[in-house]
Structure formats: C-alpha cells, structure tokens
Design a protein around this ligand. Sequence first.
Ligand code: ACO
Length: 350
Amino acid sequence: MKQVRTKIAGMGYYVPENVVTNDDLAKVMDTNDEWIQERTGIKERRYVTRMKETAATMGVEASKKAMEKAGVTAEDIDFVIFATLSPDYFFPGCGVLVQRELGLDKVGALDIRNQCSGFIYGLSVADQFIKTGMYKNILLIGGEAHSSGLDFSTRGRNVTVIFGDGAGAVVLQPTEEDGKGVLTTHLHSDGRYAEKLAFINPGSHGGAHTGNTEYYDEDVYGELMMTQKIMDAGDRYPNMEGPFVFKNAVRRFPEVINEALSATGHSVEDIDMLIPHQANLRISQFVQSIMGLPDDKVFNNIQKYGNTTAASIPIALCEAYDAGKVKDGDLVCLAAFGSGFTWASALIRW
Ligand code: ACO
C-alpha cells in the first residue's frame, strides 16, 4: 500500500495596501531608517485599515486565493486551522470567523496560539489528520493584525518597528505521489522564557507569574483582565528582551532544522529552499551562515513586510513559489522560532 502524505495543494496571501515605511515610524517615535534596516533588515511593512481589515478578514482573502489555486470550493473544506497572536476577539477565535465568512459547512475550526511557530504547529496538526484519513481538505491560515496592538510611543520602539500585518493560507490534501508531501515535522517549547517575548495584558493572570500584583486590588472582582492601574501604567503592549530572543533564535533554528534533516536521512546540501520564519533578517542571515547555505537557498521577504509572525512562513512560501524558487521535486524546509519560546520545523518534498 502506498504511503499517504500531506501536500500543499494551493497557497495564497493577502497584505494590506497601506504601506508604512521606517520614515513614517520615525515621525511618531524616536527611531530612524538606518537603525531599523541595520538591526532588522526591514524597510517597510503593511498595516491594516481600521474597520476594514483584521486577522480574520485577511485570512479569508488569503484562503480564497489558496482555495482557487487548489481547485476547491467551500463545500470541499472539511477542517480549518487558524494560527494568530492578534485575533479579532479575545474569544472566540478567528477559525470560526473564517468558517462563517467563507460559508463553510459546519466543519471544525481550531485556533492555534503558538505565535511565530503557529503555522508549522498548524501544519503538523493538519498532517496528522490527513495521514490518518480523517480529513481531505484542510484550510490552514496564519494571519496577524499586529498594528492594532503596538506601542507607537518611543517606549515601544524596539518591538513596534519589527512587526507588520498580513495573512497567508494553504489548502492541505492527501497525496500518494511517491516520496512527495510533508516528510516530517518537529515541535518544541520552553516555557521558562514565556515572559521574554509576550503580550500579557489583558489576561487572566492577575499578577501571577509576573509578580505585578500592584495592578490588582484584592477587594475588586471582575477586573483582572485589564485594570485601570494597568492602563495608567501603559503596561498593555507586547514586550521583548530583544538580545535574549536573538541568542535563543540563532541556536534553536539550526537545531530544529538539523533535527528534521536527520529524521529523514537528509543532509543540509539536500535542502533546495529554506523558508525561515521572517523574525529579523539578521537572524535569518545568522542561521544561513551556521547552516552553510548559499544565498539562493534561503528566501527572505521581511524587507517588505516586517515580521508577520504566524503569517510570515505562508506569505514567504507563496512568494517564493510564485517567483519560481520552489519547484516540483524540491526539498523545502520550513523553520520557526518565537514567543513561548516555541520553535518548529518541517520538511516538504514538493
Ligand atoms: N530605534 C532606535 N533605537 C532603538 C530602537 C529603535 N526602533 N529600538 C531600540 N533602540 C535602542 C535601544 O533603546 C538601545 O539604546 P541604548 O543603548 O541607548 O539603551 C539600543 O537601541 C540597543 O538596543 P538593543 O535592544 O540592545 O538593540 P539590539 O541591537 O539588540 O537590537 C533588536 C534590537 C533588533 C530587537 C534585536 O535585539 C533583535 O533582533 N532581537 C531579536 C528579536 C526579534 O527578532 N524578534 C522578532 C521576533 S521573534 C519572533 O518572531 C516572535
């Protein structure tokens, strides 16, 4: 009997029209184009238009393109997975919004909260459902509307300049074509560093983990998610210990790529294209040099879009494919590292 694997049958992405350059950011905070490009490689990013675009609406647009490319319609989709850290609502998740907007049947909709690794985590989950024969057409989406929750004062500049908005989607199907499809996925986490790159308020922690109990009055109930004291302190944005994140990223990326290679009996020379999560161009370049990969085997587009977290891999994969850089028979490696910390990899024979 032939082995069933998961293939990417169609891909699509959507980025907002609204381009925000480094110079635009320098108008509202103390930063400059030179600093941002030197430290991150980013030249510009896209921001959603309020009242019009969200993580879910962008996910829907990306999904329509992916479904068209895969030659499937709403009736064919039998499961939805949506990875995001910037959902439209605290709850419910974006998966059900996509189910509604695309008019899908009453199929399952799963939301993934693994930040930059979210797309690969979603791919791994989908892969298990497809290999067991449970689903035949899974819609996997990564979408982020970061700009709705960033600190645009100078205080938030180390985080804010990095992130951008957008969405990418793929339709996953079973294939029995010899040797093709998702060969392996690897997922990891280390919660010791959960707060090193985090967006903790609003949340139900009430000061647990962080020790910031001064934000909460013991005799006030129903005011744990977002207290007036948190608002007054301005402690309601993502925070990141940049250098610490950088050091861990450049260690974990190569580790998890090598894990995928050795699990499948490949060596680094076998990789035709590495699509790393677009965290920071310097991180990608560091990983490329550790792995000894030539320039034409690593795809980066962070220069145009910034770091779009769960959306970055599907957007980059789609652009690489459209540019003819991912071809039939290629060995494609996806790898990610981010908040959690979580990190992950996948190897796909295209
Ligand atoms: N513009 C100008 N100056 C800035 C900015 C900015 N946007 N941000 C920080 N600075 C200043 C700091 O205040 C600091 O000034 P000081 O020396 O006077 O105190 C100086 O620049 C250096 O700050 P560092 O944070 O040490 O800067 P570093 O060289 O480490 O670069 C950066 C910061 C780019 C965030 C880097 O640490 C990094 O890339 N870290 C990895 C994090 C990353 O890529 N995260 C992406 C997310 S991971 C994931 O995808 C979830």
